[in-house]
Design a binder for this molecule. Structure first.
Ligand code: HEM
Length: 542
């Protein structure tokens, strides 16, 4: 009897029935969910990815902005998992609490970490690590090294050195007589900033030179090539491309479901490629660490060591560390292993490159649209440098360039490069007036909070002067360009130093104007908001 029934069934009907059951189950779960909030309706298998890609061209920032407008300060969305979007400071206070007794450092629900486990990233480094014990240990080493005075010194030294190199390429490509006459002084400055911050962060964190500026120069220049061995240039360009690929991999492994990654040929091929890429990057980093350990061993104790982050981390809590005798519990604060070092250096490179590069692009764009702000900035720069357009910039200069720092903050308030801060509940909590179970995912919208009229006077107005008012302090948690709480960006001091120095070096000597002032700023937002093109004309300032 039963076999007769199945005789009339074909497999397509079976698949159809399975799909219908799946869809009914999916929407049953959706409509009976706890604390239903307004938000775009998700699709089975794809969640809100269709709304993201079809309506918002894959631009996450636009997706969040338009949903905020439509659904208000508390809404939900769903890519691979349900997430609650927070847009008010009273809703984020708990999540950004800097308390080690009640730490909010989790950023992803356990069920969504499969992708990062596959990539071998879970429980490693700082950026994606949500195992409190290892995260704290790793972050301690990273912060201790990055906040040391010798590191800031090294940073300003490197900024000068790399800026000189950048200028030499600009001179040959855009500024020489004859070239300007032919309108050759036009460039996509955002690409140069990407190469600059790449070379900067790699040198600063690993002590190794990378030559991506040289590689980009070689790409643009027809006849003259950079004075660097081409094999070295190619090798470092390959390394940096692999880092970029890795970032794309992280995005894909976070947003694309395991089902699609494992069974859809397009995503599966990409996933395999990203995993191979990580192996390549790990080998490269391990070789650098090994070599540095050897160099340190071969350096007599009374001779100074380089000031890069890698060297500081290798020697931290060893007898070469000047603080060694002050460490009480040498077991808890043991020196780091090579894989641990590799992970934090790697996180520093990922977190410290594009964030700074894109922020300086946004600054150039805003200065071009606000001539009064630019004039005031030039007055400050000329006052600090006394019209000397070539002397190296010092850390002290950077501290005196208060208006430049105000511009960095104001541009980041209005157009932040990081636009969202993720957090996930370790245990049940009340957030935004609702009781949520453990594992609930939240996303804090940086832009919405930084531009809320309740927290900022004339919030939509670009006004760096607001930061110059004596004693001005933004309302707590209303300025979160660097995140907040225990996970607050450990590179924030370095970022401000780098950006202020770069602004001063650029604008004390060059006049930079947008080619098309009417054109909107071209950006794309996935992990962060990146500037996809910024065409400018450049010439020497009179
Ligand atoms: C304009 C430049 C930068 C911006 C806007 C920025 C922004 C951020 C934000 C929003 C976070 C997340 C914080 C949170 O979850 O609460 C973060 C984390 C982080 N940033 Fe930055 N950052 C910048 C530059 C840098 C630099 C230069 C470095 C280091 C070289 C760096 C290293 C890190 C690291 C390692 C983390 C992870 C911290 C953790 O999870 O414990 N960042 N950054």
């Amino acid at each position: 009897m039963i076999s007769k029934l199945f005789e009339n069934f074909d497999y397509l009907s079976l698949i159809g029935i399975a799909l219908i059951i799946y869809v009914i189950h999916y929407y049953y779960e959706y409509f009976t969910r706890i604390n239903p909030l307004p938000g775009p309706i998700p699709f089975p298998l794809f969640g809100n990815l269709p709304q993201l890609y079809i309506w918002h061209g894959g631009n996450l920032k636009k997706f969040f902005e338009s949903n905020h407008k439509k659904y208000g300060d508390l809404f939900e969305f769903n890519f691979d998992t349900r997430a609650i979007n927070l847009n008010r400071i009273e809703h984020i206070e708990k999540l950004l609490l800097a308390s080690s007794k009640n730490p909010f450092i989790k950023i992803l629900p356990d069920k969504n970490t499969g992708g990062f486990h596959e990539l071998g990233l879970m429980g490693k480094g700082v950026l994606l690590n949500q195992d409190y014990k290892t995260w704290r240990y790793n972050r301690h080493f990273f912060t201790q090294a990055i906040l040391s005075p010798k590191f800031a010194n090294e940073a300003s030294h490197l900024i000068n050195k790399l800026f000189n190199e950048l200028e030499s390429y600009w001179d040959k490509l855009y500024l020489r007589e004859g070239i300007i006459g032919e309108n050759g002084n036009k460039m996509d400055i955002s690409l140069w900033f990407n190469q600059f911050t790449n070379d900067m962060i790699i040198a600063l964190l690993t002590g190794e030179r990378s030559y991506t500026m040289a590689g980009y120069f070689n790409e643009l220049s027809d006849d003259e090539k950079a004075e660097r061995p081409s094999a070295l240039v190619d090798e470092t360009v390959k390394f940096v491309h692999a880092i970029r690929k890795h970032i794309l991999g992280v995005v894909m492994f976070q947003f694309v479901s395991p089902f699609l990654r494992h069974y859809f040929p397009y995503f599966k091929n990409k996933s395999d490629d990203y995993i191979q890429n990580i192996k390549f990057l790990s080998q490269r980093m391990d070789a650098i660490i090994k070599r540095r350990r050897q160099e340190i061993e071969n350096t007599p104790l009374d001779e100074p060591l380089p000031n890069d982050l890698l060297t500081s981390i290798i020697i931290a809590n060893t007898s070469r560390d000047i603080n060694y005798n002050k460490i009480d519990d040498k077991e808890v604060m043991r020196p780091m292993t090579d894989p641990e070092i590799r992970s934090i250096i790697f996180d520093g490179i990922i977190a410290g490159t594009d964030t700074t590069a894109n922020t300086i692009s946004f600054i150039v764009y805003y200065l071009a649209h606000y001539p009064d702000v630019k004039k005031k900035m030039l007055n400050e720069i000329d006052r600090v440098f006394q019209d000397d357009k070539t002397r190296p910039i010092t850390e002290n200069d950077a501290h005196n360039l208060k208006y430049c720092e105000a511009i960095v903050k104001e541009v980041s308030r209005i157009f932040s490069v990081a636009y969202v801060i993720p957090r996930c509940l370790e245990k049940p909590e009340e957030i935004g007036g609702y009781q949520w179970p453990a594992e609930t995912m939240f996303r804090i919208s940086i832009d919405a909070i930084q531009q809320n009229e309740e927290y900022w006077e004339e919030a939509k107005k670009f006004n760096p002067d607001r930061w110059m008012v004596e004693g001005f302090e933004p309302k707590k948690n209303s300025f979160i360009m660097f995140g907040g709480g225990l996970r607050v960006c450990p590179g924030r001091k370095l970022a401000i130093l780098e950006l202020v120095c770069l602004m001063a070096l650029l604008f004390r000597k060059y006049e930079i104007d947008l080619i098309d002032k009417e054109a909107p700023l071209k950006t794309q937002s996935d992990v962060i908001t990146v500037c996809t093109e910024l065409l400018v004309k450049i010439k020497l300032r009179n």
